[in-house]
Design a protein around this ligand. Structure first.
Ligand code: SF4
Length: 385
């Protein structure tokens, strides 16, 4: 079981906080799509084990994949899947990241016809002053209308992204209320981070902008946790909540859940990161260089062979971000070590002071109120050189 990720590195405009790989130069879209299809062939021929992987989830991210005209998106998906020998109907979940300004009736219908089963919507806030501050290309009302339109057109699964800890005067409670009033089944929320090299990072560096105090960020996160719990949503990962299903269970993201559990994923496109066995690769984060290399039948990437220690640390980090947590026995079978083999004192201390609890036999997690600082607990358990 593996995931397939396609990185579409184009955006209409640069959000001031964003440090993902994208370009606002969109004139090479067709060349880029052709290169991604060709990369699929090169990846499969350079690593035949990809041919033996049944891919179960497809995620079109970016950047902004919804910016692609329908014919190019169709060409991308059908070309990649043909090279892998798997029809789109084999996938349990096909997610497309979309921004509200791209969600017209024609576009949404084309996505549904293509086999998209889930939309991931970049909303971030419903307040226009905050959206302007972020340099987003849509309004709050436009986002609400787009989500209702997709629902009416038969999109059964939708998730949206919000950002908390923003230093504007917008009401966070109102953002949460407007999100959960929509016909969505999943919500992701991320703390605003100040990344060097972004417009926001430069403003903070020059003193033109003050970062949000940690206490406010933590308080907004907690209010979101409380509200979603009152609504019966499952907080199944630090930044992710899933609505209850009518029968049983919750609308969790299958693609991300597989990623957090350490499943392999084939990632295509400039700036994409993939993983198989003990090797991780990162494609060059430059569109012209990526296209040129692929046209010359070359994979321009950096590869890293992960040691058992690297793998252990990653699984601890991602596992402790989830409600399921970590299992020492599963860690042992994946990496050869258990947490108490790595550092018995740190493990015993984390259990003793309540930073970790055994919530079901053999499974340990961080209590939910501490998830926002969970990375510190995880790193206290890391295997060091
Ligand atoms: S649309 Fe998404 S990927 Fe593009 S700049 Fe904004 S946050 Fe970044």
């Amino acid at each position: 079981m593996a995931g397939l990720y396609l990185h579409v590195p184009f955006c209409r405009q640069a959000c001031h906080y964003c440090d993902f790989h994208f370009s606002t130069q969109t004139k090479h879209m067709a060349d880029l799509v052709a290169a991604m299809v060709q990369e699929t062939r090169l990846r499969v021929s350079s690593e035949p084990r990809w041919k033996d992987q049944p891919f179960t989830t497809l995620y079109l991210g970016g950047g902004t994949p919804s910016i692609l005209p329908p014919d190019l998106l169709q060409h991308l998906v059908s070309g990649v899947l043909e090279a892998l020998g798997q029809p789109v109907t084999d996938f349990r979940e096909v997610t497309l990241e979309a921004n509200p300004e791209d969600m017209t009736e024609t576009q949404i219908q084309a996505w549904v016809e293509l086999g998209v089963t889930r939309l991931s919507l970049g909303v971030q806030s419903f307040h226009n002053d905050t959206l302007t501050w972020m340099n987003r290309a849509h309004t709050g009302v436009q986002a609400e209308r787009a989500i209702h339109l997709a629902h009416e057109l038969g999109v059964k699964a939708m998730t949206l992204d919000l950002i908390y800890g923003v230093p504007t005067s917008r009401s966070w409670d109102n953002d949460i209320a407007r999100a959960i009033a929509l016909p969505i089944q999943h919500l992701s929320a991320y703390a605003l981070t100040v990344e060097p090299g972004t417009v926001l990072g430069t403003r903070v560096e020059r003193g033109a902008e003050q970062p949000t105090p940690d206490a406010r960020t933590a308080e907004e996160y907690q209010r979101l946790c409380d509200t979603m719990a009152e609504q019966g949503w499952s907080h199944y990962e630090t930044s992710n909540w899933a609505a209850p299903k009518p029968d049983q269970g919750h609308h969790t993201s299958q693609h991300n859940s597989a990623y957090w559990s350490g499943a392999p994923y084939l990632a295509l496109g400039p700036g994409a990161h993939g993983f198989l066995g003990s090797v991780r690769y990162a494609n060059v984060s430059n569109n012209p260089r990526y296209i040129q290399a692929i046209q010359q039948e070359t994979l321009l990437d950096e590869r890293e062979k992960l040691t058992a220690r690297d793998r252990y640390n990653e699984l601890v980090m991602t596992g402790l971000r989830t409600a399921q947590g970590i299992s020492p026995e599963k860690l042992h079978s994946a990496t050869g070590v258990r947490p108490h083999d790595v550092d018995a004192e740190a493990w015993t201390q984390a259990l003793g002071d309540g930073r970790l609890v055994e919530h079901q036999p053999g499974w340990f997690r961080i209590p939910e109120p501490n998830w926002i600082t969970g990375d510190q607990v995880a790193s206290s358990l890391f295997a060091l050189d």
